[in-house]
Design a protein around this ligand. Structure first.
Ligand code: PHE
Length: 451
């Protein structure tokens, strides 16, 4: 284990470390994916399952990733290799994590590109006054044409600009600026939502769980969402923790991240569902909820284009702090394992991201005939990464930290070498050893029909 005096970059302040970590967690997953998953899976029951998964699996797995990261101060391969004597045998999991982070970035930046497009369209007023079928046509036109590609590339260029600044001057500075902005935008939109006629109906949909709706698909959906939203199983949290300084308390940072991330997701629901019900739209629209339903909803509101521009700006801010963390996994790998300069590593990572993202963007138009198991490239990446890669990596991390990494190593990280207590150590280890692996396996087997 190396210490804070090594040459490796670290976040300059504790608050910067939290801002970056929460920035990674809070993203499209909270504001785009969570509301549509909640809409499709029947509202409150899904949210109840989601919260249980965040507390039961999410927080312990965040702790596990933090332990690996800060304990080794290394990229994701080194995090496995250097955390136990048998760690070399686990390095394959590191490669899988790098690959899934790149795959997530491919489809994620396409969606982030749409948010750029909609923010622009709201500011120019070109979507003002469109009814829902006109908005659907507009969305179709945007996703099937070349504009989709251009927006994706522009977004990835902005992402590269932050990353070129490095850990402290790029990631930390951007997070310190953007996270407060995100919370201000959220609050402004929430206040608007509280004045809508559909508030009661929206709140009932969100907070009145009908537990009879819970089935395997709700459970798998809620678990996949919890992993996706907390950036678990992707190495982002491990790599960010490798930049934490000695003062960062791992357990507390994990809990803060989980609480703020869940709060943002629920607030996004509070912003979206009252508006959807007020103007008589259906909440079950799936991934198009935010892009086809919401702009039409804003169109019905007084001052709608202002609200719309604020909402899509919120999405852009949330997206970029997440894509930066996804890219950092491969960048730190290129820098430390392949000995590249920060600049070259960022360029290589951005080129890889752009190549895949452009193919993904084209899967709505020219490449729409290319399908696997009936899914377009975009849908396939979303499904495979959220429902398979992240849970499998979560399983590997829990087993590795729970059973293989020496207790001395984990305890040292959680208590900063005994400087402060971590009374829940036994509970955390029990959860990592038994609860996480068993829960993930059960839900997974059930979902593929083997149980
Ligand atoms: N947590 C991010 C979100 O909610 C997505 C993400 C997943 C970011 C995995 C990094 C790693 O949008």
């Amino acid at each position: 284990m190396s210490d804070d005096t090594s040459q490796r970059a670290i976040f300059a302040t504790k608050i910067g470390a939290v801002a970056a970590t929460v920035g990674s967690a809070v993203g499209l997953g909270n504001i785009w994916r969570f509301p549509y998953e909640t809409g499709v899976h029947g509202g409150g029951a899904f949210i109840a399952c989601y919260i249980v998964f965040v507390l039961l699996l999410g927080v312990p797995l965040l702790c596990a990733e933090f332990i690996l990261g800060r304990g080794t101060r290394s990229n994701i391969l080194g995090a496995f290799r250097d955390s136990s004597s048998g760690g070399r045998r686990w390095v394959g999991a590191g490669y899988m994590v790098i690959l899934s982070s790149i795959m997530i970035l491919w489809f994620y930046s396409v969606v982030a590109g749409w948010t750029l497009g909609y923010c622009y369209d709201s500011v120019t007023g070109s979507i003002a006054g469109m009814d829902s079928s006109e908005i659907s046509d507009h969305f179709m036109e945007m996703t099937t044409g070349w504009r989709n590609v251009v927006l994706t590339v522009v977004f990835l260029l902005a992402n590269a600009a932050v990353l070129l600044g490095g850990v402290t001057k790029g990631i930390e500075r951007a997070s310190n600026l953007l996270m407060p902005l995100l919370f201000v935008l959220l609050m402004v939109l929430c206040i608007n939502s509280l004045s809508l006629d559909g508030l009661k109906e929206g709140m009932t949909f969100l907070f009145h769980p009908d537990f009879s709706k819970i089935d395997a698909s709700v459970l798998l959906g809620a678990m996949g969402q919890a992993f996706f939203s907390l950036s678990i199983g992707m190495g982002c949290m491990t790599v960010y923790a490798s930049y934490f300084n000695k003062e960062s308390r791992l357990g507390r940072t994990a809990l803060t991240t989980a609480v703020l991330d869940t709060l943002v997701a629920i607030l996004a629901g509070v912003i979206i569902f009252p508006a959807v019900f007020t103007y008589g739209f259906s909440p079950e629209k799936g991934p198009a909820l935010v892009f086809e339903v919401l702009p039409a909803v804003f169109g019905c509101m007084p001052g709608g284009m202002i609200w719309s521009a604020i909402f899509f700006l919120l999405l852009i801010v949330a997206s970029i702090t997440s894509t930066v963390s996804m890219s950092e996994i491969s960048i730190s790998y290129f820098e430390e394992e392949l000995k590249m300069s920060r600049r070259n590593a960022t360029i290589l990572s951005s080129v890889l991201a752009m190549a895949g993202a452009v193919v993904c963007a084209l899967s709505f138009g020219p490449l729409s005939d290319f399908t696997v198991c009936g899914m377009s490239m975009f849908d396939l990446l979303d499904y495979v990464t959220s429902n398979i890669c992240l849970p499998v990596a979560g399983l590997i991390i829990s087993v590795y930290v729970g059973w293989v990494v020496p207790a001395r190593f984990t305890r040292e990280q959680l208590t900063d070498g005994g400087s402060y207590p971590f009374p829940l150590y036994g509970v955390l280890m029990f959860v990592l050893r038994w609860v996480c692996p068993v829960a993930i396996m059960l839900i997974f087997l059930n979902s593929i029909g083997l149980l």
